[in-house]
Design a protein around this ligand. Structure first.
Ligand SMILES: NC(=O)c1ccc[n+]([C@@H]2O[C@H](COP(=O)([O-])OP(=O)(O)OC[C@H]3O[C@@H](n4cnc5c(N)ncnc54)[C@H](OP(=O)(O)O)[C@@H]3O)[C@@H](O)[C@H]2O)c1
Length: 283
């Protein structure tokens, strides 16, 4: 039996859809059923069930708020995954958790591989970086999967925001000085599962292939939705956000591609499939 935590979020929902599709039994829990910061509750929840995997999709994801809510960010992104890893160890279950491209400072200028040295420049990034290190030190049967710019049906994301803004405006200005790769949570779940089945534990990068700026991502979304307005560029500094952003954090997914023997689809392909799913549901 697989336990999914944070199951109502983007990735959690896509793991549920995947497991329904391939016929794998799971227990889906979110904050209300299982608060991952409460180790006692998790332990007693898990002990009387035959859990083979714990897949942690819960996280503190508000990059700007984390600057002032440091304790909450560290509790969810560092301490809770470590507790989940310890419980997984106790019951001999495989543990899977997620991290971010933001652990890098963005100065490399070419796609980041797993051996590159992180240098987090925000509280959120630091909480994730400390979480991934602590999990890998705690339990050898762990997967830590870094991903980037996740979008899916299960929560708000940049694609949905762009579509929302475009409904009320004829001019949009989007930043062109942050580059990475948008990643469809459906692909993240699918290829993570391929990886988990290999039992080749450790640290991996998994994002849709190719790279783009937020501006290029918005341009593609708006082209697909047929928006007739004007799209201009902006700079991150124009928005005076609490957390610093790295300029270039594209993750290189070649390690996972060689382990699972599959190529990860492009971000444009991911966005096209997401829009079909999203716009069909809205119509
Ligand atoms: N989203 C991105 O762009 C992005 C980028 C890089 C890495 N990642 C990482 O990828 C993973 C999946 O991200 P995602 O976008 O699917 O996240 P998400 O949509 O924000 O989902 C996270 C889920 O966890 C729940 N949650 C929050 N606190 C919890 C707690 N104490 N106990 C149990 N559940 C709790 C959330 O509930 P509420 O909504 O009610 O708070 C939400 O349903 C995360 O590790 C994330 O950090 C995401």
């Amino acid at each position: 039996m697989i336990l999914i935590t944070g199951a109502n979020g983007q990735l959690g929902q896509d793991f549920q859809k995947l497991f329904n599709y391939i016929g794998i039994q799971y227990i889906a829990t979110d904050y209300k059923e299982l608060d991952i910061t409460n180790i006692k509750v998790i332990r007693s929840f898990v002990l009387d069930k035959e859990i083979t995997h714990i897949i942690n999709c819960a996280a503190y994801n508000d990059v700007d708020k984390a600057e002032s809510e440091t304790d909450a960010a560290f509790m969810l992104n560092r301490d809770a995954p470590v507790h989940l890893a310890l419980i997984s160890k106790e019951i001999d279950a495989i543990f899977v958790t997620y991290s971010t491209d933001f652990v890098f400072d963005g100065t490399k200028g070419s796609p980041y591989i797993e051996d590159d040295q992180p240098n987090p420049i925000s509280v959120y990034a630091n909480s994730k970086y400390q979480g991934e290190n602590a999990v890998l030190e705690t339990y050898e049967k762990s997967f830590v999967i870094r991903t980037s710019w996740v979008f899916g049906m299960g929560n708000n994301n940049f694609n949905k925001q762009v579509i929302g803004w475009s409904k009320n405006k004829n001019l949009l200005n989007i930043v062109d000085d942050q580059k990475s790769s948008p990643t469809y949570s459906r692909d993240l779940a699918t290829y993570s599962w391929d990886l988990i089945k290999t039992k080749k534990y450790g640290l991996y990068h998994l994002s849709n292939s190719g790279e783009c700026s937020k501006y290029e991502q918005a341009k593609y979304v708006l082209k697909c939705t047929g928006w007739k307005g004007t799209l201009g560029t902006a700079k991150t500094a124009d928005f005076n956000l609490p957390a610093k952003r790295s300029e270039y954090t594209k993750l290189d997914s070649s390690k996972i591609e060689s382990v699972i023997g599959k190529k990860i689809p492009t971000w444009k392909n991911g966005i096209t499939r997401f829009l079909n799913e999203y716009l069909e549901k809205k119509s």
